[in-house]
Design a protein around this ligand. Structure first.
Ligand code: UD1
Length: 308
């Protein structure tokens, strides 16, 4: 059954893939994005790839001056529910500027909750992260794993999950899914949308991609002395198109009138090391990926992957 869905952060890397997936199956979307970390062209490309039109509201969910407009637009759209992906996501930056991270990420989530309540559309899919687990769980990790995020970015994700659980307790009509993403990578097969971070990439795959195209000389592999099979860090890399399908499945689940709040891991259920990822990227791109081993990155854990 097609749905009317608000997509906050719909122009970003993950959001754009979610939009294409949902529009291709007939859902009608209202995208809200401030384009602070997204390209306006992403919208043209979403339209092109899904062969459908989409309404876009360029507003900042964390800006009190934009709130009235956002509430009005969401109400007028008459949504069934929303997917909330808007937020800041750089770990290092969150350590340096925690107030900004708490303001923007938690403020945006609260605005979305208020708007959906006012529109009487109490279905909420939240873009959370496996970062809420932190270190200390035995792999593979399932949703009952202990939560201990290690930085302000991770704590914003954790706190928003907790806020949503409190909201679900306060009003039994709310239907909430917290999607805990492992490591999303890759791009739509058309090559028209993908990950294109501003500045020096923080994450492994965009960094490798920039080395492959000659934009950067070499990759730094952060540590080869972890207690893993080859000493480099192990993560669960999930293709962004599979991740997008996970959002569609979450909406279908909520359409069955499921009440309350639930946490769901979105991972591939398999861990790969950094060195294995480099070898695979080399094979797939047919390009060399020069690298050097450098010291561990602060805050990194040895290994995390989802239970399948
Ligand atoms: C990071 C964040 C996580 C966030 C996720 C998605 C940290 C500590 N965690 O996850 O909170 O949800 O991104 O935005 O930043 N690596 C290298 N060289 C590089 C980059 C990475 O060796 O240049 C290694 C890392 O040490 C790690 C693996 O590659 O073992 C994956 O790193 P990355 O892509 O940054 O993701 P996470 O650290 O897992």
């Amino acid at each position: 059954m097609s749905q009317r869905v608000v997509i906050a952060g719909g122009a970003g890397y993950i959001g754009s893939h979610v939009c294409v997936e949902l529009m291709s199956r007939g859902d009608t979307l209202l995208i809200i994005d401030d384009f602070s970390n997204a390209h306006p062209e992403a919208i043209d490309r979403i339209r092109e790839l899904s062969n459908a039109n989409v309404v876009v509201l360029k507003r900042d969910l964390a800006d009190p001056m934009h709130k009235a407009d956002i509430l009005e637009a969401i109400k007028a759209f008459r949504p069934d529910g929303a997917i909330h992906l808007a937020g800041l996501k750089a770990v290092g930056e969150s350590v340096a500027e925690p107030e900004r991270y708490y303001n923007v990420n938690i403020g945006s989530a609260l605005t979305m909750i208020e708007a959906l309540k006012a529109a009487n559309a109490k279905k909420f899919v939240f873009s959370s992260s496996a970062t809420v687990y932190g270190d200390g769980n035995t792999n593979p990790v399932n949703e009952s794993g202990g939560t201990a995020p290690t930085n302000p970015y991770g704590r914003t994700k954790f706190f928003i999950e907790e806020i949503l659980k409190d909201i679900a307790i306060s009003d039994a009509d709310w239907q909430i899914v917290n999607l805990r993403y492992f490591n999303p990578v890759g791009a739509h097969p058309s090559g028209r949308i993908g990950e294109d971070p501003n500045g020096i990439p923080n994450n492994l795959f965009p960094f490798m991609a920039q080395v492959a195209v000659g934009k950067r000389d070499k990759l730094s592999v952060f540590g080869n002395d972890y207690p893993t099979r080859d000493g480099s860090g192990v993560r669960d890399y999930i293709h962004v198109c599979d991740l997008a399908k996970g959002h569609a499945a979450a909406l279908d689940y909520l359409a069955e009138d499921k009440k309350g709040a639930i946490d769901i891991n979105l991972g591939a259920g398999k861990g790969y090391s950094v060195l294995e990822a480099v070898a695979a990227f080399k094979r797939a791109s047919n390009r060399d990926i020069p690298f050097e081993i450098t010291p561990r990155r602060d805050g990194d854990i040895a290994e995390i992957y989802a239970a399948s």
